[in-house]
Design a protein around this ligand. Structure first.
Ligand SMILES: NC(=O)c1ccc[n+]([C@@H]2O[C@H](COP(=O)([O-])OP(=O)(O)OC[C@H]3O[C@@H](n4cnc5c(N)ncnc54)[C@H](OP(=O)(O)O)[C@@H]3O)[C@@H](O)[C@H]2O)c1
Length: 278
């Protein structure tokens, strides 16, 4: 028992977050890595994304290689009812872990250069669908007293910039949302971790870079980022990769400082609100 050389405790993963994990955004990149790693530790996988053929192929490979069960669900997470549909399609399964991975910006465009409908789709996928899924899955996890939620955010969520208006705002939402859930759900046995990922070598980022004629250089390996996510699950609330361009003085960009801040907010909110409706 205990963590392996990669820092991941496979037995704990299965006991605490099994038997089923739902991976929203599983057909490539880090979502695919999460599925492979978790299947390797014996967790059954619900694979969700839009490209069903990729999911079916992946599901067959995981069942063959790891002897686990899978369910492939083709779903557009930017649809308004995606969280409810995802929950309905998995309601017969004992889901112990929900991973929100789908969330990159395929456009990299200025705010006014895309129709508002495009931005609203990203807003829905990265906020309302994540929120709705967490509410539904965590309600079931709370009932049985254990579970986990892992949300993939981004360094872009630490502040805005050109071509990032909606993306960075949704990633900031994910960070703050996960930190609050970490405080609220921890006492019920539900671990919540938000991974503030760095520039990572995924097919989605490569497509974006290629479109701009840029080379994929200086990127983190997708597998390393996913491994870190599984290692940090249970620590939380926020794991921020060391970014070369952030100084230590920018304390909001440090995992420990954010944890301390969340704990401080929890203390002061307890002083303000307890006794009113708890
Ligand atoms: N790559 C990076 O450099 C980087 C950096 C920081 C943070 N992140 C975060 O890491 C996560 C993964 O990023 P990524 O680079 O792998 O790209 P991504 O575009 O988020 O793709 C990941 C998966 O999500 C699925 N997906 C995307 N949109 C979807 C939708 N509307 N409905 C259902 N599934 C959808 C994709 O499959 P389908 O196309 O088949 O639907 C794919 O399997 C994101 O949350 C992103 O914000 C990435």
């Amino acid at each position: 028992m205990g963590a392996g050389p990669d820092g991941i405790d496979g037995v704990r993963l299965l006991e605490r977050y099994g038997p089923w994990v739902v991976i929203a955004g599983a057909s490539e990149g880090m979502g695919r890595d999460y599925a492979r790693m978790l299947a390797g530790h014996g967790l059954n996988c619900v694979l969700v994304s839009r490209r069903k053929a990729l999911l079916d192929e992946q599901a067959a490979g995981l069942e063959r290689d790891h002897g686990i069960r899978t369910r492939a669900i083709a779903l557009d997470l930017s649809e308004h009812d995606a969280a409810q549909r995802l929950f309905d399609l998995t309601s017969d399964l004992d889901v112990g872990l929900y991973i929100s991975n789908a969330g990159a910006d395929p456009r990299g465009a200025y705010f006014l250069d895309c129709p508002i409908g495009d931005w609203l789709g990203m807003l829905q996928r990265n906020t309302a669908t994540v929120m709705g899924s967490c509410h539904r899955f965590a309600t079931a996890m709370k009932r049985r007293g254990r579970g986990g939620i892992l949300i993939m955010a981004s360094g872009a969520g630490l502040g805005g910039g050109p071509r990032l208006a909606v993306y960075s705002a949704t990633k900031a939402f994910e960070i703050a949302f996960a930190e609050s859930l970490w405080s609220e759900l921890g006492p019920h046995g539900i671990d919540v971790t938000c991974l503030v990922a760095p520039a990572t070598d995924t097919p989605a980022l490569r497509r974006l870079l290629e479109r701009s004629g840029l080379k994929p250089e200086g990127l983190f390996a997708s597998e390393e980022v996913a491994r870190t996510g599984l290692r940090e699950l249970g620590r939380g609330p926020t794991y921020i990769f060391p970014f070369a361009d952030v100084t230590p003085e920018q304390a909001a960009a440090h995992s420990e400082a954010r944890r301390e801040r969340v704990e401080e907010v929890a203390r002061s909110s307890a002083a303000m609100f307890y006794g009113k409706d708890d």
